[in-house]
Design a protein around this ligand. Sequence first.
Ligand SMILES: CCCCCCCCCC/C=C\CCC/C=C/C(=O)SCCNC(=O)CCNC(=O)[C@H](O)C(C)(C)COP(=O)(O)OP(=O)(O)OC[C@H]1O[C@@H](n2cnc3c(N)ncnc32)[C@H](O)[C@@H]1OP(=O)(O)O
Ligand SMILES: Cc1cc2nc3c(=O)[nH]c(=O)nc-3n(C[C@H](O)[C@H](O)[C@H](O)COP(=O)(O)OP(=O)(O)OC[C@H]3O[C@@H](n4cnc5c(N)ncnc54)[C@H](O)[C@@H]3O)c2cc1C
Length: 664
Amino acid sequence: MEAVDYLAEERRKAEFDVEEMKIVWAGSRHAYEISDRVSRLVASDPVFRKDNRTMLSRKDLFKDTLRKAAHAWKRIIELRLSEEEAKTLRFYVDQPAYTDLHWGMFIPAIKGQGTEEQQQKWLPMAYKMQIIGCYAQTELGHGSNVQGLETTAKFDPQTDEFVIHSPTLTSSKWWPGGLGKVSTHAVVYARLIIDGQDHGVHGFIVQLRSLDDHSPLPGITVGDVGMKFGSGAYNSMDNGVLRFDHVRIPRNQMLMRVSQVTREGKYMQSDVPRQLVYGTMVYVRQTIVSDASRALSRAVCIATRYSAVRRQFGSQNGGPETQVINYKTQQSRLFPLLASAYAFKFVGEWLKWLYADVTQRLEANDFSTLPEAHACTAGLKSVTTSATADAIEECRKLCGGHGYLSSSGLPELFAVYIPACTYEGDNIVLLLQVARFLMKTVSQLGSGKNPVGTTAYMGRVEHLTQCNCEVQRAEDWLKPSVILEAFEARAARMSVACAKSLSKFSNPEEGFAELSADLVEAAVAHCQLIIVSKFIEKLQQDIPGKGVKRQLETLCNIYALYLLHKHLGDFISTGSISPKQGALANEQLRLLYSQVRPSVIALVDAFNYTDHYLGSILGCYDGNVYQKLYDEAWKDPLNETVVPDGYHEYIRPILKQHIRNARL
Ligand SMILES: CCCCCCCCCC/C=C\CCC/C=C/C(=O)SCCNC(=O)CCNC(=O)[C@H](O)C(C)(C)COP(=O)(O)OP(=O)(O)OC[C@H]1O[C@@H](n2cnc3c(N)ncnc32)[C@H](O)[C@@H]1OP(=O)(O)O
Ligand SMILES: Cc1cc2nc3c(=O)[nH]c(=O)nc-3n(C[C@H](O)[C@H](O)[C@H](O)COP(=O)(O)OP(=O)(O)OC[C@H]3O[C@@H](n4cnc5c(N)ncnc54)[C@H](O)[C@@H]3O)c2cc1C
């Protein structure tokens, strides 16, 4: 059999209806149709070509990004694309650009923190892209500690203006995407100072560049922070540095939904919580969870298809060697990642719902679910991005040597993805926020206030800290109630143990710092419980299509038991399960790998990714890997000449040195 036929053969083995699974993956038939149409539109448009991206110089890459962003905007207008279609287009264009921050942070910041009047003034211009904005929060000296920002906004009652200033080197804004070379405006986070009194960090709309010739306005120093990790990758983005030298803006450019400054310089707070100033981060963290499932599914699609094509060892009587996907070690590394992609997809959908719900409540001045929304978005952002970054590197290794080639698509995907563990909140810093939320929840147990939402299980803490797992045979691990209880017991016991240890410290902040490593582990356990429970909830829905639900059940079990196996220490040391039950879970996991094996190619086909989007020779749909690798090699600029540039200067003299030496 030719390499090109391997995947066709695999597709025949699928035990479910792939077309129906495509709809489940997309979220709805409507979303599937948009995704399918827009991905083909992008793939067939030469402007969106990206196969040469890692070869471009920084300047050429940046100009290529500007060209793509302008072309995308033109197509959005010409084709009258809806917001959903436009977002899908951006996703398939697959090149980080200033527009991500304009649509993803600048506009949401004004929507979330601006008054009605401010929204009416700024949003129409922003929607038409008559102004382009970014989100300028982080500084050279402070990122995680938002309360430590140094940029000042002093109110001048004489002129009814704020004076924005960068008092120190460390107060220089540093990192904002789109700031370096493109944004005309920014939402700038600065300390509000009135009459010498510091009112903490607030957001201000500041114009940075002239709308006529794009030059920086007086008092503004702005540029790009320089090359980042990897070739291509996030270097298409102009992350920027910005300093203010007493830049004046009108008073009405402070975002005033949360607090206001009057003409007389009086500081007033609305009855909305001050944490709403952080609202844009909650919004973006939620989108990052869905992005994790996209990045992970892309890497998994590449590694799965290649693993079915690649053969090593095991030839019998001159027959073909073994497909590497049939090695149990390959399966135990790859299949949990496939299951994770589906798990992150479903938890991302749920988080989207949670965010919509909290937004609706905020509009009605109900702030009760804000702390939970913050904990869920922070925790799930952290757990899904860390797992995805590790998984992309694992997929590279699963593809052996060829995974290291740029044309595998994996090195660039890794380079572009890993900052997700840092931006929108360093993952450890965010898990510590979850831990604070959990400790608060535990401390309120027994106070008559029942925990709700994702911490509702804590309401059964007495049972969960005493219950015994009922598993006696490997197949008992297939019961959703058994899995759920094991994860709940582990999470509850880890949180309660941390709370007990904390109570021994006379200074709770000191205790929190001392125990922070354990607290992070408790937070991870809580977040993994959320992901597992949302996967199980998804399976309670009516899911049509032959065999679709069954495959999802298998994936759900793989995801849960893989986590259980990986964190066996937690489960056993908390007494949530016994060592024997841990061994049975692993036995069941092996059976599940065999069960899902015939369908794995179809399960990655269900992502419905075009070859253009995948950008990987190893992952192409037809599986014609070797011919494509061979052809691609000859396209490398080094192969433009047979004898390389530099031969006469640097190779020949070495080769000929014995002639020179002989003459001496
Ligand atoms: C048409 C095309 C469309 C395309 C769209 C494409 C979209 C693409 C999107 C773009 C995606 C990626 C691009 C990446 C760009 C990156 C941007 C950034 O990185 S922006 C900068 C992000 N910075 C951070 O995340 C900083 C992290 N730090 C913090 O968030 C805080 O400072 C924190 C949480 C560490 C708090 O520290 P501290 O202890 O000092 O807290 P406070 O005293 O300030 O507050 C404590 C109190 O508040 C609660 N809290 C904290 N944060 C929040 C929040 N976000 N929401 C609600 N509540 C919050 C906290 O729990 C405490 O509560 P309490 O009850 O007092 O315990
Ligand atoms: C590609 C990219 C794009 C970005 N885009 C933007 C943007 O558009 N706008 C913007 O404003 N910002 C942006 N940022 C900045 C980003 O939000 C910050 O880098 C991020 O919040 C982390 O902050 P930091 O750099 O200060 O890290 P630090 O906080 O300095 O982290 C350094 C180390 O210290 C640890 N640490 C810090 N505090 C604690 C603590 N309390 N307890 C335990 N450990 C701790 C961290 O875990 C980490 O290991 C971007 C960053 C990147 C990389």
